[in-house]
Design a protein around this ligand. Structure first.
Ligand SMILES: [Zn+2]
Length: 329
């Protein structure tokens, strides 16, 4: 992991045993000074030494709204995140899961930093803290499961999800970017938290997903409305595709080179190719596949007028299919 700087604390002497010679030694000194006023880090230790680490973004000296942090969140794997209690209180509807209110009431009047041990590990807490500050955590490349958990965790800590995960926020963009790796899980989680914009964006990645494989648990979690929206999207696209493909190219007036029988031969070839594609019933049938399949028909046509009509019809289908919505309503 590259988002924190590790160092060791000796429980008896608060002594740095690790990276004191690093360029962050000054930062570690600040952390140690603060820790001597607070509680020790509760994590596995050897020989009375506990390794803790400090977030490289949320460290003791980072400034937000003109002030330095006054609270330290300690992850389950002993990574320290320096935060501003006033900002978290302002951004949370439940005083950060009631953790901040407890801290404030227990050490009211103290000028030292507050220490809060949370159950989340550093990977997850890192995404959550970034989200509370409206900051982008993409550079840390957290796995999809952490991104999914972050939504649940943000709700737990009282974040206003409709604002924290609103379109164009860093977290929204990050979730959409990760969604193709586990599209159904992202859709289910977004739906479960009534994050419509996110669910709508993610639904585009589910066009090739076989809806019949959705489990009862997933259906229950996303809810009837979002399950219906997904089925409606698939049905709508399949119907549109069917209408587009089953409408054959027009015929032109018969002439000596291309008569009624010749043109009927083209129409039958079109109908066969279209029927095969419709039979697939793929709501995510790609325009390039349609182009390749129908375009191949022209190689067997000698009449230039028929070729022009065929190509115009294919272009029209490609345009209309490309404009068809790929997202739930
Ligand atoms: Zn013709």
């Amino acid at each position: 992991m590259d988002y924190f700087n590790p160092f060791f604390l000796d429980d008896a002497h608060w002594r740095v045993q690790g990276s004191s010679t690093s360029r962050h030694s000054e930062l570690n000194d600040v952390a140690l000074a603060d820790l001597s006023c607070g509680t020790s880090v509760d994590s596995p230790s050897k020989d009375n030494a506990t390794m803790v680490s400090i977030s490289t973004v949320f460290h003791a000296q980072w400034i937000f709204a003109g002030s330095t942090p006054d609270t330290i969140l300690i992850s389950s794997d002993s990574v320290l995140f320096y935060v501003h209690s006033h900002h978290l209180l302002q951004s949370s509807g439940n005083a950060f899961g009631s953790l901040l209110s407890k801290v404030h009431s227990s050490i009211a009047g103290s000028s030292s930093s507050n220490y809060i041990t949370v159950r989340e590990n550093a990977d997850l807490l890192n995404v959550v803290v970034h989200a509370f500050y409206g900051m982008d955590s993409q550079k840390f490349n957290p796995p999809p499961e952490v991104m999914l958990e972050s939504i649940v965790c943000l709700k737990k800590y009282g974040a206003r999800l409709e604002q924290t995960i609103a379109p164009s926020t860093p977290l929204f963009d990050h979730l959409v970017m990760q969604a193709p790796r586990r599209p159904l899980d992202f859709y289910v989680t977004a739906a479960a938290h009534n994050l419509h914009s996110l669910a709508a964006q993610v639904s585009a990645y589910l066009l090739s997903f076989p809806l019949t494989s959705i489990t009862d648990e997933q259906a229950e979690k996303m809810g009837a409305i979002y399950l219906k929206k997904l089925y409606a999207l698939h049905h709508s696209r399949i119907e549109t595709l069917r209408k587009l493909l089953l409408s054959p190219p027009e015929e032109h007036p018969a002439n000596v080179d291309c008569g009624f029988v010749d043109q009927k031969r083209v129409t039958r070839a079109w109908a066969l190719a279209a029927a095969q594609m419709v039979w697939e019933k793929l709501p995510d049938l790609s325009p390039s596949f349609i182009q390749a399949t129908l375009g191949s028909l022209t190689t067997h046509v000698t009449c230039n007028t028929c070729k022009e009509i065929l190509n115009a019809k294919i272009r029209q289908i490609i345009v209309e299919w490309s404009l068809e919505t790929r997202n739930i309503e």
